[in-house]
Design a protein around this ligand. Structure first.
Ligand code: FES
Length: 234
């Protein structure tokens, strides 16, 4: 059965439409009942099945209904805002594409494969990402690739890759990371964070962006390569 993805924006729109409809129904029913009660009272007739509603009661009930609907709307909006994308968005397990295509793109472009919707890069990496016993990084590599979170671990700017230096260089305060996302220069406290990755039998690269795996501490340099050329951020 196909899985339907609901983005937070679509969910918020659905909640808004439902709430507006509810408000219209409740308000309309209250208004009709009040009018019937007024007409019945004017004619001196009892209203079957209901007590007459005074104008004050009508406004009080309308106010309570409005407050209730506002609370539902606020709650619905909050849930919609926090609702993660069910498929294909950041915060879920993302299919980044075929392993062979990603590797081909990396080698032909000379830079990491960027997947904007998932906020990560995929770099070619055959090393051992956790040379230190106290740094747990199981699952961040698979078949020669590793996903890196695009966010600078200093203050959160997106870190672009500099093709001429072959390092990641943060434009905000100048932190620099090598191709494996390991800390090299600047105020960043560690290397770039990573995500766990798995390759399916069909060759799809599945990146789990629901859990951030902290980057390696300063001093870890499993590549041992200087920058390849001039820096982009000086
Ligand atoms: S946010 Fe990247 S160096 Fe400060």
């Amino acid at each position: 059965m196909p899985v339907v993805a609901i983005s937070s924006g679509v969910l918020a729109a659905i909640v808004a439409v439902v709430v507006v409809d509810l408000f219209a129904i409740v308000f309309g029913l209250s208004f009709v009942r009040a009018r019937r009660a007024e007409r019945a009272a004017a004619a001196g007739l009892p209203l079957p099945g209901a007590k007459p509603v005074s104008r004050r009661d009508f406004f009080r009930r309308s106010l309570l209904a409005s407050l209730g609907i506002f609370a539902a709307q606020f709650g619905g909006g909050t849930i919609a805002f926090l609702w993660p994308n069910l498929k294909g968005g950041f915060g879920s397990v993302i299919n980044a594409g075929k392993l062979e295509d990603i590797k081909a793109a990396i080698s032909s472009s000379g830079e990491p494969y960027y997947f904007g919707a998932g906020r990560f890069y995929i770099v070619a990496y055959d090393g051992k990402p956790s040379p230190e016993a106290d740094y747990a990084a199981e699952g961040v590599t698979a078949q020669g690739i590793m996903p890196l979170y695009q966010r600078c671990v200093h203050l959160g700017c997106r870190v672009p890759f500099c093709k001429q230096s072959q390092w990641f260089e943060c434009p905000c305060h100048g932190s620099k990371y090598n191709t494996a996302g390991e800390y090299k220069l600047g105020p960043a406290p560690r290397g770039l964070d990573r995500f766990a990755v798995e390759i399916t039998e069909a060759g799809d690269v599945m990146v789990d962006t629901s859990r951030i795996i902290l980057g390696p501490p300063r001093g870890v340099d499993t590549l041992g390569k200087p920058q390849a050329g001039p820096f982009c951020v000086v």
